[in-house]
Design a protein around this ligand. Structure first.
Ligand SMILES: CC(C)(COP(=O)([O-])OP(=O)([O-])OC[C@H]1O[C@@H](n2cnc3c(N)ncnc32)[C@H](O)[C@@H]1OP(=O)([O-])[O-])[C@@H](O)C(=O)NCCC(=O)NCCSC(=O)C[C@@](C)(O)CC(=O)[O-]
Ligand SMILES: NC(=O)C1=CN([C@@H]2O[C@H](COP(=O)(O)OP(=O)(O)OC[C@H]3O[C@@H](n4cnc5c(N)ncnc54)[C@H](O)[C@@H]3O)[C@@H](O)[C@H]2O)C=CC1
Length: 425
């Protein structure tokens, strides 16, 4: 096939762009112009971005926004969010404002232990394997001393190491299951380096190492965030009814996976946006969160809600491995600035802030869903995207925003209105 290429990685950026234009763009020069439009004018900053990943040909912008007025454990935060979806930041801001007058968010980190595994097979006698593991356990830990020295000074390092027999699940399959504390780093590279060193020292006839890798399932790296208020403060009118509906909406997401996935998607709107804005690994956080939502064998809500003794309570418990050092957290200038905006949190503090963003997002969505419906607020925020798609000019935008105030926006209604404005029929 003519569009296959050998040695693409060795091309310069210009050669890559030209090859792409030659083979894939309908209009070569306009395609190249679009790519170049997104280059940073500061060549050093552009090079930094080029070097984050491989085969870079441009930058892909995602809006960077602020949700102010978050009161968390008595301290006020403005939370940076990087996200492409309209209404998420508005929803977070609305929730922050709402809870700031009702005591704010209370959070705590429950645990911060992470896991990595050396996966191997062994066909021999189980007792012999156990004896061998016990005899080398301490040697395995010490084999990583050169890697863990600084982490131990920070109070981290290897917490535990155990042999796990998984032969009931897969023939001859065992693991060395290792627990870690990784300070203010997410710890992926640190954990993987330790595991590969451990694997190299775990040598015995019959042992066949398959792979060594951290787990993104981190149920022991867990954070909780919650809000509480008197039911009567929940809503200006019919507060009891709306509090009950809200709790029912959460209960439905606890028992119905179709709903739970959307419910948790809403939570991840907030979580991913802050994780991305701080240069953290959102795939890792998302994979871990969804696995945790399935921990009881059925996919369910990551949040819970109750009304007990006249008090409305709404909470989230969610695992996440985050860093405030390492990865891109201090390398990407905007990620670094996000940390500054967040008052330079520790990794544990960042976990709490991110959990709050997830809870806030879910609160806004459920509040909308159980009162006005989601479309009124969401489409109000999405209106600008519709107008841009329809290529409305500034004047048309102003008139249409005014005309749709208090009305539920839909694509067809806006298109029709604009058509009417332009043609008179
Ligand atoms: C959209 C709102 C916030 C409107 O809410 P509203 O009550 O019409 O807003 P408002 O105009 O009265 O303003 C009140 C406050 O909202 C915020 N706010 C309001 N507008 C803006 C704006 N333009 N820019 C920034 N902030 C904004 C802001 O904090 C503002 O205070 P102020 O700044 O004036 O002191 C509300 O209807 C809402 O929260 N809706 C829910 C939206 C939502 O959840 N979006 C997520 C995307 S939908 C989805 O992906 C997930 C979902 C929903 O399917 C999940 C699920 O099913 O569970
Ligand atoms: N499955 C996964 O999730 C994988 C993720 N990754 C990537 O790995 C990166 C994160 O790995 P990390 O090891 O966290 O980053 P990193 O490799 O940049 O290392 C962080 C290092 O910073 C140092 N450090 C300085 N001050 C510290 C402090 N106060 N606390 C802790 N460490 C401190 C430590 O030496 C630590 O090992 C992310 O970019 C992630 O996308 C890589 C492989 C797999």
């Amino acid at each position: 096939m003519s569009k296959m290429i050998k040695g693409f990685s060795k091309f310069s950026k210009t050669e890559k762009v030209n090859w792409l234009a030659e083979n894939f763009f309908h209009d070569k020069s306009s395609g190249i112009d679009t790519l170049k439009q997104y280059y940073n004018e500061d060549p050093e900053l552009q090079q930094l971005h080029d070097e984050f990943i491989e085969n870079t040909i441009s930058n892909f912008y995602i809006p960077y926004a602020i949700a102010p007025n978050f009161l968390i454990n008595g301290k006020t935060y403005a939370i940076p969010m990087a996200i492409e979806e309209s209404s998420v930041v508005a929803a977070a801001s609305l929730t922050a404002k709402f809870w700031s007058t009702r005591g704010g968010f209370k959070t705590k980190v429950i645990s911060t232990t992470k896991t990595g595994q050396v996966h191997f097979t062994y066909k021999g006698n189980k007792d012999e394997l156990r004896d061998y593991f016990s005899s080398v356990k301490s040697k395995l830990i010490h084999s990583t001393d050169h890697i863990t020295a600084n982490m131990r000074k920070r109070g981290g390092g290897i917490v535990d190491i155990e042999l796990r027999d998984k032969t009931e699940n897969l023939a001859d399959y065992y693991q060395i299951h290792v627990s870690f504390l990784t300070g203010d780093s997410m710890g992926a590279n640190f954990i993987n380096s330790c595991l590969e060193t451990i694997a190299a020292s775990f040598q015995k006839e019959g042992i066949f190492i398959v792979m060594s890798i951290l787990s993104n399932y981190v149920p022991d790296c867990l954070v909780r965030a919650e809000v509480t208020c008197k039911v009567e403060d929940f809503f200006p009118e019919n507060a009891e009814l709306y509090a009950r509906k809200f709790v029912q909406a959460v209960q439905i997401a606890e028992v119905e996976p179709y709903r739970a996935v959307t419910h948790n998607k809403g939570i991840m709107n907030g979580i991913d946006a802050v994780v991305l804005a701080t240069g953290n690994d959102f795939r890792a956080v998302a994979a871990g969160a969804h696995a945790y939502a399935s921990r009881e064998g059925r996919y369910k809500s990551l949040t819970g809600a109750s009304v007990v003794n006249g008090l409305f309570n709404f909470w989230i418990e969610i695992p996440m491995a985050l860093g405030t050092v390492g990865g891109l957290t201090r390398l990407h200038p905007l990620a670094k600035l996000s940390m500054e905006i967040l008052q330079n949190p520790t990794a544990s503090e960042l976990m709490q802030i991110v959990a709050v963003a997830g809870l806030a997002q879910n609160f806004a969505a459920l509040k909308a869903l159980t009162t006005t419906g989601i479309q009124q607020g969401h489409m109000k925020m999405h209106l600008m995207n519709i107008l841009n798609q329809l290529e409305a000019n500034v004047h048309e935008k102003e008139l249409i925003v005014e005309a749709f105030k208090g009305k539920t926006v839909s694509h067809s209604a806006v298109a029709e209105y604009l058509h009417h404005m332009r043609t008179g029929h």
